[in-house]
Design a protein around this ligand. Structure first.
Ligand code: KIV
Length: 285
């Protein structure tokens, strides 16, 4: 959503806090209908959430990518609801405007609609999140329907779904060739189940464009090209903090990792040399 189309009418950094209006799921729909792009970043803590919120990012996803970025697991599979809840709570406390979405981790919804609803209720009740996200198209439609029927907004997630990386044979682009038909079936299934938006991860731009055209709900790209209704990135990739391989679709908007590294090197050198702390950092008697 661009400045002039933000729900409160101006950019959050220029708007007094009391006049900020919360982004709602209906604003996602309005954005699609008016051709306004939606922006999202992942966030796992109070400070980054506050920065992203003040900058006007429309939604913050407390992603299960916290499994990698916060907890240091190799994949997102081990992260649990109990681990994500405190992160989600911190993010929800920080925001005035952005919609906060809690990612339902692997093992917290696959058993069936009742389990899925139970997990969604935990996130809503214990964190202050405004909705949940879960992975899977046709296979997750019943879970989405059950959660939505309880009044909880659901963001769906199709294409490459990291929680199924072993089933999918690794980090493989989805929706290519005949896979495009499955992608469309998944997209229609989640829309029909009541999702208010759908994340498309690592799919060819042309397939994502077709889904975006066919669906009434907004599509959010994570590596699905420019024709989606919005763009989402994992903040640690986007800010240049992640070490190791980052996906081709990521653009680094900052070099936070290098900045922090240099700051730590400088701190160490200044403590060694006695330059820090200086007189201005001392308390007098
Ligand atoms: O957990 C996450 O960060 C995600 C996005 C990559 C969509 O699910």
């Amino acid at each position: 959503m661009s400045e002039e189309h933000a729900p409160y009418g101006s950019h959050p950094s220029e708007t007094p806090p009391q006049s900020l209006k919360r982004v709602r799921t209906r604003h996602f729909q309005a954005a699609k209908e008016n051709g306004i792009k939606i922006t999202g970043l992942t966030s796992y803590d109070y400070l980054t959430a506050g920065i992203f919120d003040r900058a006007g990012i429309d939604f913050l996803l407390v992603g299960d990518s916290a499994g990698n970025a916060v907890f240091g697991y190799d994949t997102t599979l081990p992260v649990t609801t109990d681990e994500l809840i405190p992160l989600c709570r911190a993010v929800a406390r920080a925001v005035r405007r952005a919609l906060v979405i809690a990612d339902m981790p692997f093992g917290s919804y696959e058993v069936g609609p009742e389990e899925a609803l139970h997990t969604a209720i935990r996130f809503m009740k214990e964190t202050g999140a405004h909705g949940v996200k879960l992975e899977g198209g046709e296979r997750s439609a019943e879970m989405i329907r059950r959660i939505v029927n309880a009044g909880i907004p659901v963001m769906a997630h199709i294409g490459f779904t990291p929680q199924s990386e072993h089933g999918l044979g690794g980090h493989v682009i989805q929706g290519r060739g005949e896979g495009a038909d499955q992608l469309l079936r998944d997209a229609h299934a989640v829309e029909e189940a009541g999702a208010f938006a759908v994340v498309l991860e690592m799919v060819p731009s042309a397939a994502a464009a077709r889904v975006t055209k066919e669906l009434e709900i907004p599509t959010i790209s994570v590596g699905a090209g420019p024709y989606c209704d919005g763009q989402l990135l994992v903040w640690t990739d986007w800010a240049g903090l992640t070490t190791g391989r980052i996906p081709k679709f990521v653009k680094k908007f900052a070099a936070i990792g290098d900045t922090l590294y240099q700051a730590a090197v400088d701190f160490r050198a200044q403590v060694d040399s006695g330059e820090y702390p200086g007189p201005q950092h001392e308390y007098s008697e």
